[in-house]
Structure formats: structure tokens, C-alpha cells
Design a protein around this ligand. Sequence first.
Ligand SMILES: Cc1cc2nc3c(=O)[nH]c(=O)nc-3n(C[C@H](O)[C@H](O)[C@H](O)COP(=O)(O)O)c2cc1C
Length: 316
Amino acid sequence: MEGVLDFHLRQILSSIGGIDGCVTEFVRINDAVLPRRVFSRTCGELHHGFKTAHGTPVTIQLLGSNADSLAANAARLAQHGAKRIDLNFGCPAKTVNKNRGGAILLDEPETIFRIIRKTSEQLPADCLLSAKIRLGYNDRSRGMENALAIEAAGAQQLTIHARSKADAYKPPAYWEMIAPIQQALTIPVIANGEIWTAADAQRCQDISGCQDIMLGRGILARPDLALQIKKGEQHQAWNWSQCLALLKTYFEITSPLYPEKFSGNRIKQWLVYLQRTFPEAGQFFQSIRRLKSKVDIMTQLELAQRHFDQIAKKAV
Ligand SMILES: Cc1cc2nc3c(=O)[nH]c(=O)nc-3n(C[C@H](O)[C@H](O)[C@H](O)COP(=O)(O)O)c2cc1C
């Protein structure tokens, strides 16, 4: 997830368990073949065999419309050791779409076909090529057409975010529209969109017919969601204190990477999602919203942890 799910957050989330694979934020491809250091800015795992420290495989995602350039960059990434490359045809951002990237290409299945064909031709057999789409651009009518083109062109896996670009991120996700596509394709189809709980995951699997699912905002709102889905009642759902500990780790890692006044931005962003599950996250967000100093934010993190521990002790 662009601007949110960076290298460090992938390390933290994958260490909790339950995640079979992560995808990077997209790397925008224009005409040039990018140097290794540019790829590694988005995909720090490039230096670690394209795996997180926990051993979770990481797919690097590319976005663009120049078939030759996408293919050349993908081939270069394979030389750097990438074993999975994903092409983004789902991004709804205006600036991206204006430059013929992301979801806008869903109105041009022949362009998508050309991009996938070129890219799959350039990749070695041990590098998996996948694509991510929405159901269409202005409406949800072109999911099947694009999916068939993607399979015919040689992609080995397809993720479908079950909304159109026009739907943006508005609920619901139309999981039922994935079902006929999943049936028509022979490559694995992964369902995505609006999975916030283990019950949502089950319903999504039942309705879409897909065994595999992709979590987006849901795993940010509930960091142990993948474990909840995989282990069911054997897993004790996390409480706010466990999330706070993760936030603290994330802050310790990311705050030195930014100028002081932006040092809290990354955890503030994550808190926006955590609020959906934990009311305490909303209160904590308010307590640090205006803070610009690392020391002040760390103090609040420690205070919140102590406060929670005291409440928990009283409850016992
Ligand atoms: C802030 C944000 C950034 C995103 N960036 C990407 C991205 O870089 N690549 C991608 O394939 N999808 C991206 N997405 C889309 C998500 O991967 C996912 O398809 C979408 O949010 C629907 O799933 P969800 O309802 O589980 O969040 C992004 C979504 C959000 C909210």
C-alpha cells in the first residue's frame, strides 16, 4: 500500500505470523531501467533474497504503461533475485491515471495484454508474474475481459480488488463478481477488498470461490488478522497493549529516518487504521496529533502502555 506499508511495517506485520506473502508499494516505471538502489528504496528485502526477516516472500510491484520498459525493468529485477513481480492495474490516483498508469488501463485490455505478454517473455521461468486489477474503471463491467487477457498473455496469478475505480474505496466490495472470473481462469485468483475480520475473510472465500485472499487496510486495522483467519479460535485476538508495543517498535525504527517534525507521521498514519478496531487508538491519536518532537511522542507511547497495564492489572 503506497505511502503506508513500507519495508519496516512489512517486517513487523510478517513477524506476527499468518501471512504467506507481502507485496511492496508500487514502483513507478517510465522509460528508463531503474538502478538497483531505486528498487531497494521501495523493496529493502531486495538485499535479503526478497524475503522479510521472518522469511515471508515479498513480491515487488511495478506500475506503468510502457510495455518495453516494464518488461526490461522486470527482467532486471529478476537478475537482482526477484522471484515474484506484480503489475499494478488498479491504482485509482488521479496523477497516476493521468500518466496512463494503474486503473485507467482497465479500459485498454489490449494494452494490458501487451504489457503482460512482453513482461512474461522477458522473465526467467523461476520468476512468477502476477497482476492486480479492479473490476473496471468507470463501472464494474470489464473484470472478465481484462482477466482473460491477463491469463492469455501469460500471467501466472491474478488479484482482483472487487470494485471499480469509480467505486474508489467505498463499501461494499463485490466479491460475487470475482466468482465467474475465478471459474473461467485456470491461474490462481486472489480475492481482495473489504476484509476486516476473520468472518469477512470466510464470507469472501465462500462468495468469490477463491481460496486465497489479499488483506489491505484490514491488516493495518487488526495486525493479527492473518493469524485470526488462519488459526480461528486457537488464536487469542490481540488487545490494544499488543498493538501499542508494535507502534513503539515502528516509531523507534522510523522516527530517525525523517526530520524531527515529521517523525510521528508514520505511526499517526497507522493509528488512523487501528482506530477502526481499537477505540484506544483514537484516544492515543488525539494525544499525539499535534506533537512534533520524538521525545514527546515516545513519552506518550510509554504513558499509554503504563496506563493500559494498570487497567489490565485492576481487571485481574
Ligand atoms: C493508502 C492506500 C495505498 C494503496 N497502495 C496500493 C499499491 O501501491 N498497490 C496496490 O496494488 N494496491 C494499493 N492499494 C489498494 C489495496 O492494496 C487494496 O487493493 C484495497 O485497499 C482494497 O482492499 P482493502 O479493502 O482490504 O483495503 C492501496 C490502498 C490504500 C488505501
